[in-house]
Each structure stands twice: as C-alpha cells, then as structure tokens.
Design a protein around this ligand. Structure first.
Ligand SMILES: [Zn+2]
Length: 190
C-alpha cells in the first residue's frame, strides 16, 4: 500500500476524531486540530520505516532536508564569508539576526537525518511488514512520541494521536493480500 493512501486514511481518521471531540463539546483550537492531523499522518506513515524506499524513509526526509538546507544556506554562507574576510560589526549583527533561520533549518535537517538513519538500521534488522507492523512496536513508538512531547513541553496525548495513526496503517495493510504476518510480534512473525 503506498504512502499517499496511508496519508489519506490517517488524515480521515484524525478528522473523525476531531469531529467526535467537537460533538462531545470539547473546544479544539485550530492550531491543535492542524497539529493533530499532522501527527496522525506521521503515525500513519511511520510503520513503513522498515522499507528504504517508502514515503517516510525517502520522500519525507528528502523534502525536510531540501527545505532545511535552503534555510541554512544564507547563514552558512555569511558565516563562511566572516571566517574568510573577518567579522565587521555589521556582518556579526546580521549573522546574529539570522538565528531563527538556523533554528528552523536544524528543526528540519535533524529529523531528516534521524529518519534516514533509523530506516537504514530498521530495514537492516527487520524484514518489510515485520516487527514495525506489530501492536507492540506501535505502542512503544507512541510512548516514545509522548515522552519526546513532554520533553519539549508539548501535551503528551499527541503520543496517542500518533498511535491512532499507526493503527490506521496496520488496519489498511491488513486488508491487503499480504496481510499482517507480524501483528503479534515478538510472539508471532519476525
Ligand atoms: Zn505497511
């Protein structure tokens, strides 16, 4: 099943969840709704990190890296020019003012590298539709997302949203001909 299909199903599930929350009288801010959909889509793409050519292993890090390098290019060029020609007070001040570009550039580039390295390692250890397509792996990944969220002062329930996205991926794959041989890994499958 391709990444586009998983994106649509993950986004639809998030939309349904938001609609249910709205119906239950929970006030959801637009920014929280948008972040929830993005996190659910990330969860819906994540299990295919066990395949080097999947959307989450290749297209997503490729896009993040491209945008990140673009942001970092200007401050990096200026820093090189300063190193070569020496810093005037003006160039040093301009470089200081470019801090947000550096920060956002790194926010994009670092996850791109993490995704590429993780997918290479996971594809080396597990076969496609193996352990990452299990309930246990999904639960562990969701817990990790919750911990990372807490570390950065973001509500930890985004871990549950990520897990929901992960489940939609498993559900969609289970309907395909190959099914999910490792759903109960490590007790079954590999
Ligand atoms: Zn899959």
């Amino acid at each position: 099943m391709n990444g586009g299909t998983h994106i649509v199903i993950g986004a639809a599930a998030a939309g349904l969840g938001l609609w249910a929350a709205h119906t239950a009288g929970v006030a959801v801010l637009p920014a929280v709704a948008a972040a929830s959909v993005a996190v659910a889509i990330a969860g819906a793409l994540a299990p295919d990190i066990d395949h080097r050519d999947s959307t989450i292993s290749k297209r997503v890090p490729g896009k993040l890296m491209g945008q990140g390098v673009r942001l970092l290019a200007i401050p990096a060029t200026l820093a090189l020019a300063i190193a070569y020609f020496g810093a005037s007070s003006l160039s040093a001040a301009v470089l200081g003012s470019l801090d947000p570009l550096v920060r956002w550039g790194l926010i994009l580039v670092v996850p791109a590298i993490v995704l590429r390295v993780a997918s290479s390692l996971i594809a080396l250890v597990f076969r496609h539709r193996g352990a990452t397509h299990s309930l246990l792996f999904g639960a562990g990944a969701s817990l990790l997302v919750a911990v990372v969220c807490m570390r950065f002062g973001v509500p930890p329930w985004y871990g549950l949203v990520f897990g929901g996205g992960w489940l939609t991926h498993l559900l969609a794959d289970s309907l395909s001909r190959r099914g999910l041989p490792s759903l109960l890994w490590p007790f079954a499958g590999r």
